[in-house]
Design a protein around this ligand. Structure first.
Ligand code: 5GP
Ligand code: MN
Length: 335
């Protein structure tokens, strides 16, 4: 972390400020964990801090300390607009481009508030006055961990510890991905000492599946396809299949990883139809040198990290599968 960033932030936070904190659309464990931890920190330091999420978050995250304070933009637009307009500081966490927060992006751009980006995605956009961007970091939560450690010698409250533990755990695939370093484990050790209950958090997130979600996983797995003579697999889920299992937000989280769990597979994709939004949401995961960030940027209007990225298609499922196969043929020489 650059010293200039800390100095500038410390200077901004010397007097009580009105702040708004924004995670990306469809917030995941890292987005909610980092924004909630940062909210608790700012509130403990006597600042006003309000999280405005572009849309709702999945049920498996609705136990997180402080989540009841989150304002959902598409449910309370007027209040959210007022708060953004009045803010002195806007923190944008766990995303690298204003397009990742949909309509909120325009409001953030127009606001007189100073913008502060804290994020670990590659190729950050240049919209923030203050920036702490580090794609080497396992998670935005690990960055917030470091930031709070720098700013405050009083340590981590149990609420902050639980939020940060959650995001580090979910973004590292429970401490498996190569972004997990010795420093990550040291952070986790400190968070456990500060009151994070790893077993309880793991159960809240991973052992809270509904019956329907497991049935949907069964459908997803039976739709698993392999690309001939390449270490690449893909899964499709149509809206009708989602409906047949009474799909709830968050139900497909983690499905794409089953593709990557096949021996030898280096690149897995899941395509999930969203009729209401008129698009197919795509998730990409890889192992090793193949960059799904680049793949998502080049072919499917997305991006993310080297080994985990997302994108979308406005074509039908069949056309999207065809486009995926064509794209894969173009990058086949990388395997
Ligand atoms: P997921 O597949 O879980 O939705 O996303 C994987 C990673 O890629 C996450 O870190 C997420 O923030 C990022 N990501 C997902 N969709 C997009 C997208 O459309 N654009 C960009 N830039 N990043 C994305
Ligand atoms: Mn993240």
């Amino acid at each position: 972390m650059e010293k200039d960033f800390i100095t500038a932030l410390e200077q901004r936070l010397q007097t009580p400020k009105k702040t708004v904190i924004i995670p990306h659309k469809n917030p995941d464990g890292d987005a909610l964990g980092s924004t909630l931890a940062w909210m608790h920190f700012l509130q403990n330091e006597n600042h006003e801090a309000l999280i405005i999420s572009p849309n709702d978050y999945p049920k498996f995250l609705n136990w997180m300390p402080g989540q009841e304070q989150i304002l959902i933009y598409n449910q309370k637009k007027e209040l959210a607009e007022k708060k953004i307009e009045e803010a002195d500081l806007i923190f944008t966490l766990d995303f690298n481009a204003l397009s990742r927060i949909d309509a909120l992006g325009v409001l953030v751009s127009a606001s007189k508030a100073e913008k502060v980006m804290i994020d670990h995605h590659e190729s950050p956009e240049d919209y923030a006055e203050l920036m702490y961007s580090d794609p080497q970091m396992s998670s935005t939560c690990e960055m917030i961990y470091r930031l709070i450690a720098e700013l405050n010698s009083r340590g981590f409250s149990p609420e902050i510890a639980s939020c940060l533990y959650t995001g580090i755990m979910t973004d590292t695939g429970s401490f498996r991905y190569p972004s997990t370093t010795a420093e990550t484990h040291k952070a986790i050790a400190q968070l456990v000492e500060s009151g994070a209950d790893g077993t309880a958090i793991h159960q809240n997130i991973y052992d809270s599946s509904s019956f329907n979600r497991l049935k949907l996983l069964g459908i997803a797995l039976s739709n698993l396809n392999q690309i001939e003579s390449l270490p690449i697999v893909y899964i499709t889920l149509t809206q009708a299949e989602l409906n047949s299992c009474d799909y709830q937000k968050g139900d497909t989280e983690g499905f794409v990883n089953y593709g990557l769990s096949l021996e030898g597979v280096q690149f897995a994709c899941i395509m999930i139809e969203n009729e209401k939004e008129g698009k197919i949401k795509m998730s990409f995961r890889s192992k090793g040198s193949f960059s799904v960030n680049e793949f998502a940027r080049t072919y499917f209007e997305g991006g993310g990290h080297h080994n985990a990225a997302g994108g979308m298609s406005k074509d039908s499922m069949n056309q999207t599968v065809q486009r995926f196969k064509t794209a894969v043929a173009e990058i086949a020489n990388q395997f």
